[in-house]
Design a binder for this molecule. Structure first.
Ligand code: COA
Length: 380
């Protein structure tokens, strides 16, 4: 059965004081349904990716909330996989379509993180690590990824400048994305000299705390030029200390292998990727673990400009999590909407030429969950 991304929509990402959790989700959901030229009644099921509404907005029962707000009585599910909630929701919706149960499925990713203070937000995010062995001792996500960065530097000689080059490139792409949280360009010096968050990661090595929502309609009956050709999902240990090598996310390796096998294409065919750059080191590990770059070479590959919009492998044309923002449950769907816009030729100033194949990579926690999808532009 062929499955298409029939419509996509992303709200502005950022610190959005004038819109609440449900309004954000509804805006994205209606936007995606309209973009697919469908009516709400055409939707057979709703999958909502959300990590922390109960802590950030005091709201549970998220599937029911959005079905109710949209006036629908179809099945509605809340999918949670930390920062990979969006990607997992997409995969669950895909399996629903492939089972033949539904023809048009709405997949919504939504998060409203800025209505609580930074300490509550950091604690809520840390809930995606191992509470007993990590969070309890004060470990936060910046510190977990700082440990990964230190080890990558020790093993492969990765430098602070190489990490910074990821932020510089993603802010440059974000400056071309009207929905991005940060549209300011950065220099290497600015990244190196911004406040230290967790050594060696500075403020500009980190994705921000964000509000935002993204939605797609995927369909087996409504065709578009954007076809889903591969889907992989795998798990690794929840705690970082249980890994043989903390610089390698085995779940990403496995999810990528599954998705590529299903797609029938290989790495050289891919024109554009959106990866999970929650911290600059995460993008470097991602391009290695997905199999695009030899292990240990991600830093120099980025520093040499290969991942820029006009480079050999454009990475994160949206601005990534770093500049576009990271409303955690929405991120995985935003990545797919970006590939969708690129394949429709609607990416404006950040349009990559001749995109035939694109890939998305969404990670939960420090790599316990990884979801990879591959798309083909069948009209190219
Ligand atoms: N990138 C760029 N600018 C950022 C930023 C980021 N990540 N985070 C905050 N800023 C900016 C703010 O807009 C603000 O600018 P202004 O003074 O011009 O208004 C300034 O920096 C200070 O922001 P503030 O809100 O006080 O920052 P903070 O100290 O509360 O939070 C971090 C900074 C890095 C701690 C926070 O962004 C964070 O925790 N990021 C990681 C999120 C995370 O772990 N996600 C899950 C990943 S697995």
């Amino acid at each position: 059965m062929d499955v298409f991304v029939a419509g996509g929509y992303t709200t502005k990402f950022g610190e959005l004081w004038n819109i609440d959790f449900r309004q954000l989700g509804v805006e994205a959901a209606i936007g995606a349904v309209k973009d697919a030229s469908l009516e709400l009644e055409d939707i057979d099921a709703i999958y909502v990716g959300n990590m922390g509404a109960s802590r950030f907005a005091g709201q549970d029962h998220i599937g029911a909330l959005f079905a109710s707000e949209l006036g629908l009585d179809c099945p509605a599910f809340h999918i949670e996989g930390a920062c990979a909630s969006g990607g997992l929701a997409f995969r669950s919706a895909l399996l629903d379509l492939l089972s033949g149960s539904s023809k048009n499925v709405l997949v919504l990713g939504v998060e409203k993180m800025t209505d609580v203070g930074i300490s509550t937000a950091t604690t809520a995010l840390a809930g995606a690590s191992d509470e007993e062995w990590e969070a309890f001792y004060g470990v936060t996500f910046p510190s977990l990824y700082a440990m990964i960065a230190r080890e990558h530097m020790r093993l492969y000689g990765t430098t602070r400048e190489q990490l910074a080059s990821v932020a510089v490139k993603n802010h440059s792409n974000g400056s071309k994305n009207p929905n991005a949280q940060y549209r300011n360009k950065l220099t290497i010096e600015q990244v190196l000299h911004s406040s230290m968050v967790s050594d060696p990661l500075t403020l500009m090595d980190c994705s921000p705390i964000s509000d935002g929502a993204s939605a797609v309609v995927i369909s087996s009956s409504t065709k578009s030029n954007v076809k889903v050709i591969g889907s992989g999902h795998a798990q690794d240990s929840l705690a970082l200390h249980d890994r043989d090598d903390i610089t390698t996310i085995k779940a990403t390796r496995k999810a990528s292998e599954i998705a590529f096998k299903q797609s029938g294409i290989n790495h050289k065919d891919i024109d554009l990727i959106e990866v999970h750059d929650c911290f600059t080191i995460a993008e470097i590990c991602a391009i290695e673990d997905l199999g695009f770059v030899e292990k240990g070479m991600g830093g120099s590959y980025s520093e040499n400009g290969n991942t820029q919009l006009d480079g050999e492998l454009p990475v994160n044309s949206s601005g990534g999590l770093k500049a576009a923002g990271h409303p955690v449950g929405a991120t995985g769907i935003k990545q797919i909407v970006e590939i969708y816009h690129q394949m429709k030729g609607n990416a404006g100033e950040r349009q990559v030429k001749n995109v035939r194949y694109g890939l998305t990579h969404n990670v939960g926690g420090s790599g316990a969950t990884s979801v990879v999808h591959i798309f083909e532009n069948i009209r190219r």
